[in-house]
Design a protein around this ligand. Structure first.
Ligand SMILES: [Zn+2]
Length: 249
């Protein structure tokens, strides 16, 4: 009885794994993460009733529209005012085997005087820490690969993805400079940003501006500003997608 039962259980487990595996996607796939949401409002804006979670969602939706118009598939971590953990956001990107993960945020400063935009990539230490401690139990779903091997492949991909993330971050800053002005360029920065930990694809976090700055905070809620920023982000992301799906030279 036991061997038969085991065989049935193993077969059932395999069927489950197959069903859970993400089919390979022919078109580039981007996971866009609108920072914060729900009970997590993020930074408080200079205008009454404005919170970071609203600005990030509005911009993420505009970026989504621009990417999908170019034939790029987009999955949003949230498309409404919902509360999500950081782990849920990157887990979605890993589960869908996204080509690029972009988390969109707006900034605030203690004295409310800072302004400008910056893009974060993980530090090497952040990647390293993640590879050992924060990786998921089973790794990214892959066809014809056991769980242990999937974990090893995930670690390798995280390393390679860092170079592409740095390229994407530089492109983000370049494009934002073109629409928001060079004076606001705070550069590409490295940090162990928790929302990026565990991503197996190029992953960046962009701070599009300071919503508590007296002037920039007002600009960031204007549709024209949000559209200009979304145009810039979409251009950088589309270029990264083109690089991701290009055949190796
Ligand atoms: Zn934020």
């Amino acid at each position: 009885m036991l061997p038969v039962l085991l065989a049935v259980l193993v077969a059932a487990g395999r069927a489950e794994a197959d069903a859970a595996a993400t089919p390979p996607h022919a078109r580039p796939l981007v996971v866009l993460d609108a920072g914060h949401g729900g009970s997590n409002t993020g930074a408080t804006g200079t205008l009454g009733g404005v919170f970071e979670k609203q600005v990030t969602l509005a911009v993420a939706q505009l970026v989504r529209d621009r990417l999908t118009a170019q034939g790029i598939d987009v999955v949003m971590t949230r498309d409404r005012d919902a509360t999500l953990t950081l782990r849920q956001r990157v887990a979605l990107a890993n589960q869908r085997a996204a080509d690029v993960f972009v988390s969109i945020h707006a900034n605030a400063s203690p004295e409310r005087v800072q302004r400008g935009f910056e893009t974060f990539v993980l530090t090497a230490a952040g990647v390293d820490v993640d590879g050992r401690a924060l990786r998921s139990e089973t790794g990214t779903p892959r066809d014809a690969v056991d769980g242990e091997t999937a974990l090893v492949l995930d670690d390798l991909e995280r390393g390679a993805a860092q170079w592409e993330a740095a390229d994407l971050a530089a492109a983000m800053q370049r494009e934002l400079r073109a629409v928001r002005g060079a004076a606001g360029d705070r550069g590409v920065r490295q940090d162990a940003h928790h929302v990026l930990l565990g991503a197996t694809m190029p992953a960046v976090l962009v701070e599009i501006g300071f919503i508590d700055h007296p002037q920039e905070g007002r600009e960031l809620v204007e549709p024209a500003t949000q559209i200009a920023i979304a145009d810039a982000l979409a251009r950088a992301i589309a270029a990264a997608c083109a690089a991701a799906v290009a055949p190796p030279a």
